[in-house]
Design a protein around this ligand. Structure first.
Ligand SMILES: Nc1ncnc2c1ncn2[C@@H]1O[C@H](COP(=O)(O)OP(=O)(O)OP(=O)(O)O)[C@@H](O)[C@H]1O
Ligand SMILES: [Mg+2]
Length: 307
């Protein structure tokens, strides 16, 4: 359905994308997961014709994005990271504006606006000015505006950042419904819980490159470790970290803690405590974490998803 091949993009001194490639199948819910500045918005902006790449290519529903952008656009709905609505207009008027941009006829549009407002629980507020809406309600209208022309593919760039739990849950319910109905969804997030909850497949992005990709189970099996032993210390110094690094093959420092990766927790835990004692490291807290996207990301990049 979508093929992204070797995209590169530079902004002045920043190489935002560095040869990123991935394919998305029809009906798939694909999440791009990565920290701030990883290149998620740049990727999705190129895929939705908002930005031009320096190199590489994208095909959408069989059309080449550079040769046939209009055909591509017909197939996609785009929910940008920044909310784009007119505060002085009502929800209805905003949707009328966006729908006409997507080329939906006026008669059809009125029906679609009512349908999408109902879908997002805002039909009662249809004629209220958007400036009276909460952030979460604005976000819902923002998503609604991308659906009016019944696209086959929906691009969403971090649609749940900074909104209330009620709106977030409603957005999740709508996404689940659209996914069940067969829509292809491309979703960016830096919340691993969201990527874990919905995705058929997840692409992990960092420094403008895809560093791993697969179903959650595939990603889990990619990493050799099974669990993380997260140990916090009172007196962790650079030199003590260096010493313990020589004793453990796979580990990462996170401030005053060290994440030790283990495939045999029963055996490793006692060995680890012994080594810490021998080095004079004072332990204040130990937590054993099952492998999840956060630990996979840390293991692959040495960085935390949330900084
Ligand atoms: N218009 C621009 N001008 C200069 N640099 C830019 C521009 N847009 C993005 N960048 C840089 O490109 C890199 C990738 O940015 P991008 O917005 O794609 O990241 P992101 O993964 O969406 O991050 P976030 O989670 O913060 O939204 C960053 O280093 C960013 O500072
Ligand atoms: Mg972004």
């Amino acid at each position: 359905m979508i093929s992204v091949s070797n995209l590169s993009k530079r902004f002045d001194s920043v190489q935002a994308l560095n040869g990123i490639s991935f394919d998305i199948k029809q009906g798939e819910f694909y999440s791009l997961l990565g920290p701030n500045g990883a290149g998620k918005t740049t990727t999705i902006s190129i895929m939705s014709t908002i930005l031009e790449p320096d190199g590489g290519s994208v095909t959408i529903a069989g059309f080449d994005l550079q040769k046939d952008p209009t055909a591509c656009k017909k197939n996609i709905g785009v929910v940008p990271q920044e909310i784009a609505l007119y505060n002085e207009l009502s929800a209805f008027e905003n949707l009328l504006f966006w729908g006409s941009l997507y080329g939906v006829s006026k008669a059809e549009l009125k029906i679609r606006i009512d349908e999408t407002l109902k879908l997002f629980g805002l039909f009662d507020r249809k004629n209220d000015k958007v400036k009276t809406y909460s952030g979460g309600m604005k976000r819902r209208i923002n998503i609604a505006s991308a659906l009016l022309h019944k696209p086959k593919i929906l691009f969403m760039d971090e649609p749940t950042v900074g909104i209330d739990p009620q709106s977030r849950n409603l957005i999740f319910e709508v996404l689940e419904k659209l996914h069940k109905e067969g829509m292809t969804i491309v979703y960016t997030t830096h919340y691993m819980e969201e990527a874990e909850r919905f995705s058929d497949r997840i692409g992990i992005i960092d420094n403008g490159q895809l560093i791993a990709q697969g179903t959650l189970d595939e990603l889990k099996s990619l990493s050799k470790m099974k669990e993380t032993i997260a140990v916090s210390f009172v007196n962790l110094t650079d030199s003590l970290f260096e010493q313990i690094s020589k004793e453990w093959t796979d580990l990462n420092r996170v401030e005053n803690s060290i994440h030790f990766y283990s495939s045999d927790i029963k055996k490793d835990l006692s060995i680890l405590i012994l080594k810490c004692n021998q080095l004079g490291l004072d332990v204040i807290h130990i937590e054993i974490k099952k492998v999840n996207l956060e630990t996979i990301f840390l293991n692959l990049t040495g960085k935390q998803l949330r900084d």
